[in-house]
Design a binder for this molecule. Structure first.
Ligand code: SLL
Length: 153
């Protein structure tokens, strides 16, 4: 496999989640004790299509979830669920197999609850929350195939 020496190329992605409280009506149809709808995602910045260079994303949810390993092979790279608790999600991002680049791993703490902090008073808010992190995916001495994929668009 040919790698391009002394070359470093990077691409930004957003890793995060959003969540909103279930309405009383939604609670009727959701599993017992579930309080929120949430979505965990890996996406491009400003709606950029990342599918040319990201081929698969695997989200490892908390073991309390049925089929806790969720494999997403096309965009949108996201999982929609309901639940009651916050936990760490392991996210593995895979590149096109022909590029021979190792997958990379991120961790994201699922956030469900919004708070208002004034001075030293913390008030829980029952509303929409979003928690996201900007990540720079760095390819050090990328394979020629990966380099071509990244620079084609
Ligand atoms: C906590 N350490 O105790 C965390 C665990 C687990 C959240 C949170 C759904 C589970 C189901 C769910 O919200 N699990 O569908 O049974 O806060």
């Amino acid at each position: 496999i040919h790698r391009i020496s002394k070359c470093q190329i990077s691409r930004p992605i957003i890793v995060g989640n959003d969540a909103k409280p279930l309405t009383e009506e939604e609670k009727q149809n959701a599993p017992k004790d579930h309080t929120h709808h949430w979505r965990i995602f890996v996406e491009g910045v400003d709606g950029e299509d990342i599918s040319p260079w990201i081929r698969k994303v695997v989200f490892k949810l908390h073991d309390t979830y049925h089929n806790s390993t969720r494999i997403i092979e096309e965009p949108p790279f996201e999982v929609n669920e309901t639940g009651w608790g916050e936990f760490d999600i392991m996210i593995r991002v895979f590149f096109p197999p022909e590029a021979h680049e190792k997958p990379i791993t991120f961790f994201h703490r699922l956030k469900l609850h919004a708070y208002l902090t004034t001075g030293d008073t913390v008030t829980p808010l029952n509303e929409y929350v979003k928690s996201e992190q900007y990540e720079e995916v760095v390819f050090n001495e990328p394979t020629e195939i990966m380099y071509n994929i990244l620079t084609q668009h």
